[in-house]
Design a protein around this ligand. Structure first.
Ligand code: IDP
Length: 145
């Protein structure tokens, strides 16, 4: 999910382009303004953290671009491409390392495990909004498509 700072800084296309160029498949993408209730559910695991209110305020402060992205080992690969939570600790070449400075404005959320991906996808998308299709160049991306 591209957070409001990414959308407002016109970085959404740039970031999505990185995933596309890597060979990943975009199954769904939707601009939306998240309400407080959805934000609190999405970030429920952080409810007791001191930054929780700021996090909810931040994620509801403008439109996000929610996406569903598919590919082999997609979760760990995307987490590597995203970089460390604190952009100042993120490696150069990662999305946060290249485009962000503050932890509280780190431009992108990425699911950290299959279970959380499933949960988060169901929070943001109806099944009918997720497109299944074949990419014509899969044999150029995967040794065994
Ligand atoms: P992640 O986004 O790298 O998976 P998490 O630890 O799950 O990191 O934290 C969720 C989000 O909460 C972060 O992306 C960041 O926006 C925010 N956050 C985490 N730690 C802090 C903090 O110490 N201060 C402010 N915001 C924080």
């Amino acid at each position: 999910m591209l957070k409001p700072d990414a959308v407002k800084r016109r970085l959404a296309g740039e970031v999505i382009g990185r995933f596309e160029k890597r060979g990943l498949k975009i199954l769904a993408a939707k601009m939306m303004v998240i309400n407080k209730e959805l934000a609190e559910t999405h970030y429920g695991e952080h409810a007791e953290k001191p930054f929780f209110k700021d996090l909810v305020d931040y994620i509801t402060s403008g439109p996000v671009l929610a996406t569903v992205i598919e590919g082999e080992e997609c979760i760990s690969m995307i987490r590597k491409m995203v970089g460390a939570t604190n952009p100042q600790e993120a490696d150069m070449g990662t999305i946060r390392g290249d485009y962000a400075i503050d932890t509280g404005r780190n431009i992108i959320h990425a699911s950290d495990a299959p279970d959380s991906a499933k949960r988060e996808i169901s929070l943001f998308f109806d099944e009918s909004e997720i497109c299944e299709y074949v990419l014509p160049d899969e044999e150029l991306i995967y040794e065994e498509p």
